[in-house]
Design a protein around this ligand. Structure first.
Ligand SMILES: [Zn+2]
Length: 158
């Protein structure tokens, strides 16, 4: 579709859907294989000693290859969250849903996934059930195929 810009020049506006494939590589492949076995795998930077989850090929802070692999806990601290109520293209699940940022015990970075097991009927309802600093745990899907959705969601722990 041709429209005019603010200064009167013709502009073509269109959307393009680009199909692509991404080779996971050995690091992400190992991480996703771990999910099939209900393991959350990270690795430790040999320089700054941070444990990054999901595992990385190199430390983005030190620019050195990551070292030791290790399994971190399936429980951690909720450090941020967002309620999505409006549908958009490419979303992981129909709304409403909560996206959670969690520092898993044993990790030094945030891990993002859905947070479920709560009433999602509105922001005021959600605010009464979750808060930064609360403990959450991973809930696994029964069927696993080596994707991030092998994790069903986080849920309040205990
Ligand atoms: Zn580092």
């Amino acid at each position: 579709m041709v429209t005019l810009s603010r200064d009167g020049k013709p502009v073509i506006k269109a959307e393009a859907l680009v199909t692509y494939e991404l080779a996971l590589g050995p690091t992400w492949n190992r991480f996703f294989e771990g999910l099939k076995e209900e393991k959350i795998l990270g690795n430790r930077c040999p320089r700054c000693r941070r444990v990054l989850v999901p595992a990385r090929t190199f430390c983005p802070r030190c620019f050195v290859d990551m070292g030791e692999w290790l399994e971190v806990a399936q429980e951690g601290e909720l450090v941020g969250w967002s309620l999505t109520e409006i549908e958009y293209f490419g979303m992981p699940t129909p709304p409403p849903f909560v996206t959670a940022f969690v520092t898993l015990d044993g990790a030094d970075c945030k891990f993002m996934h859905l947070l479920g097991g709560i009433d999602l009927s509105g922001i005021d309802v959600v605010r009464k059930q979750i808060w930064n600093g609360m403990r959450v745990r991973i809930v696994w899907n029964e069927d696993k195929n080596g994707t991030i959705m092998d994790i069903k969601h986080f849920a309040p722990a205990g």
